[in-house]
Design a protein around this ligand. Sequence first.
Ligand SMILES: NC(=O)c1ccc[n+]([C@@H]2O[C@H](COP(=O)([O-])OP(=O)(O)OC[C@H]3O[C@@H](n4cnc5c(N)ncnc54)[C@H](O)[C@@H]3O)[C@@H](O)[C@H]2O)c1
Length: 247
Amino acid sequence: MKKQVVMITGALAGIGRATALAFANEGANLIISGRKPEIGEALIKEIRGLGIDAEFVLADVRKEEEVKKLIEKTVKRFGRIDVAINNAGTEGKHASLIDETIENYSSTFDTNVLGTFLCLKYELKVMLPQGSGCIINLSSAAGQKGFLGAGLYVATKHAVEGLTKSAALEAAPANVRVNAVAPGPVETGMLDRFTGDPENKKNFLTTIPLQRAALPEEVAQTIVFLASDKAPYITGQIIGIDGGFLA
Ligand SMILES: NC(=O)c1ccc[n+]([C@@H]2O[C@H](COP(=O)([O-])OP(=O)(O)OC[C@H]3O[C@@H](n4cnc5c(N)ncnc54)[C@H](O)[C@@H]3O)[C@@H](O)[C@H]2O)c1
């Protein structure tokens, strides 16, 4: 991945942060994006300390103007985009569907679905004429099965998978690949919020065949593989990283 231009959304915590560091260790040029400038600048300092050329760009993926500027700034800084990781996501608020609200629907869908769509739109506008590129969206095991109390999150991740497959079809003639990864539980703030308390988390993890959550670095490794020249014929796929959960 040396000198490849890699852009990551929601890169300041969890899987996004681990992915940024994994690409930095591969020698990529990085644009990391998120909503908190102080955390972003601290991460940039850490990445530059590894001898990597990197820039932080403030962007909330729910806002079209900010996504458009994020892509424009990436191209202005590095001249192209080789890899885009659409990682920003929210678990929303947990409730049964009869107790859900339009507010929670909007906030969950705006981040996970509108955000992914806007990123795809502006990334493809660069990659299609470029004639190369690779996009990886963050789905979830919740993109393939229902979860009690998380109906809206589940619906957003099913939508991310639909967007991934359609984008792959649009992009393939231009030699651009689009895939998604679908993690099961991953040790991040989101998993702690999702499970609610340590006892629930422990019980949930006993339902995973490998009996543990993934580390964010384990998800990052798969993302780097998909973005690399070791995966040139993989497109339109949803790659599970779930410890056997869906087996
Ligand atoms: N942790 C898990 O168990 C798990 C499992 C499957 C899929 N995922 C998916 O992986 C992705 C990353 O999740 P994570 O576990 O690292 O979560 P996290 O909460 O640790 O990190 C998510 C990051 O996205 C950012 N973000 C949220 N909304 C944003 C917005 N509107 N604009 C820009 N940035 C925004 C957050 O600030 C945070 O930095 C998400 O799409 C999530 O749905 C996580």
